[in-house]
Design a protein around this ligand. Sequence first.
Ligand code: PAF
Length: 288
Amino acid sequence: MKIVHTIADLRAALAPFESPAFVPTMGNLHDGHLNLVRTAKPLGDVTVASIFVNRLQFAPHEDFDTYPRTLEADCAKLAPAGCDIVFAPSEKDLYPQPQGFKVHPPAELADILEGHFRPGFFTGVCTVVMKLFQCVFAEAKGPRYAVFGKKDYQQQMIIRRMVDQFALPVTVVSTETERAADGLALSSRNGYLSESERAEAVQLSLALRDLARDALAAGSSLPDHQAGLEQRALQALTARGWQPDYLTVRRRIDLQLPDAADAVTGQSLVVLGAARLGKTRLIDNFEI
Ligand code: PAF
């Protein structure tokens, strides 16, 4: 496995290949990331993972400075997972000038849910992903695949739209969320949890499962009951000491509120939630 730090070195390492399969990450890798790499492996003739903590997607009060940077340990995990090239640029390598040109996703996709609580987040994500796609795919000749996890449900949906609207020659593949034995979604931020918080953390996914069950039971009358069901889910988590941002039922396709027709079978729906436990903000979701 090659580890490269500059765009020029990445392109040189990719030159003998036609069809890269790419997994963008911010490092501090866990089994969920390695599953993305394993998914990418059969999709191309070379598997590339990037490790870059992208300042553009962090608000000033967020954890950019303390986000764990664990390059050596990450590379030790990537090689056995089948990664061929690790692209780990410094900020100067990826953003040699301040990144003035940015990709702004439309408000109806990017200013709701995560984007409402993290303004600018999806502009930062789309900008870096567009740039990473240029770095990895610009000289490819065959099919180009990029793999994202459904754990960041809104992110993979927005990236699909970006690829579509810019007619990028990239196929986006989304993988299911990897979970710990108790059901907690794997996340680099789980490492911030204390022992007692770790034991509590699964309650977010349990609250979402309850909300999904209630939404299904409501059937076509979901639009009349949705606000009340979501309020109950928020209160249940708050009573356990969480500070929830949102727990909600949405349409998978565009993350808007479902109408009665969407709610009949529930198959096109997803429940999503974000909540703070102590200092740690966790997100999770389930497709119904
Ligand atoms: O999901 C992540 O880790 C990041 O948002 C991504 C896609 C690597 C962009 O920085």
